[in-house]
Design a protein around this ligand. Structure first.
Ligand SMILES: [Zn+2]
Ligand SMILES: [Zn+2]
Length: 177
């Protein structure tokens, strides 16, 4: 998930939950955005560039499809163990048991991890449209999954129904390898 999305979503959640407590909002945003510090650190370590602004710009284009003329280096997935819910959620929810003021932080971190989840398979709009058939070959016999026709990391729309389809395993393998 883009950093921008995390900033906006945690800000909205913070204001909705704590309309009169700006400090709690700030804490929730710190949790919701701060988790991506691991991306920044891994980026800086791999690129040798510690300027936060460069990392922010990198985050802006690293998910886009690569044009032939694009020779900029890419540094792969920038996730550390902190992006595993099983590691981080027990830590933050444990901390807020000891220090209840940290609850907004725990909420922010939880929101962040939830947004990073692959919700694709749960898109009921696609399942309803496909009515149990593979939308490419029509089979009902194989395991079906929701796929992106143009993956978001290649510039496809993340949420648009037109960019999602219910395909069987074989079609997925044929097209995406
Ligand atoms: Zn993240
Ligand atoms: Zn198929």
């Amino acid at each position: 998930m883009r950093l921008r999305t995390h900033v906006l979503s945690s800000l909205l959640a913070g204001v909705a939950l704590y309309p009169r407590a700006p400090r709690r909002v700030a804490l929730l945003v710190a949790g919701g955005v701060g988790l991506d510090i691991d991306h920044y650190l891994i980026y800086a370590l791999r690129s040798g560039n510690w300027k936060p602004l460069s990392a922010w710009r990198y985050d802006g284009w690293r998910h886009m499809a690569r044009a032939a003329s694009d020779t900029r280096r890419r540094y792969g997935p920038l996730r550390s163990a902190f992006h595993h819910a099983g590691v981080t959620l027990p830590i933050v929810w444990g901390l807020q048991l000891v220090w209840p003021v940290l609850r907004p932080l725990a909420l922010g971190v939880t929101l962040h991890l939830a947004l990073d989840l692959p919700f694709l398979r749960l898109d009921w709009r696609v399942w309803r449209r496909a009515a149990g058939h593979c939308e490419r070959c029509g089979t009902t016999k194989r395991r079906l999954d929701v796929v992106y026709l143009v993956p978001p990391r290649h510039g496809g729309a993340s949420w648009a129904l037109e960019n999602r389809a219910l395909w069987c395993r074989r079609c997925r393998l044929q097209v995406f390898g």
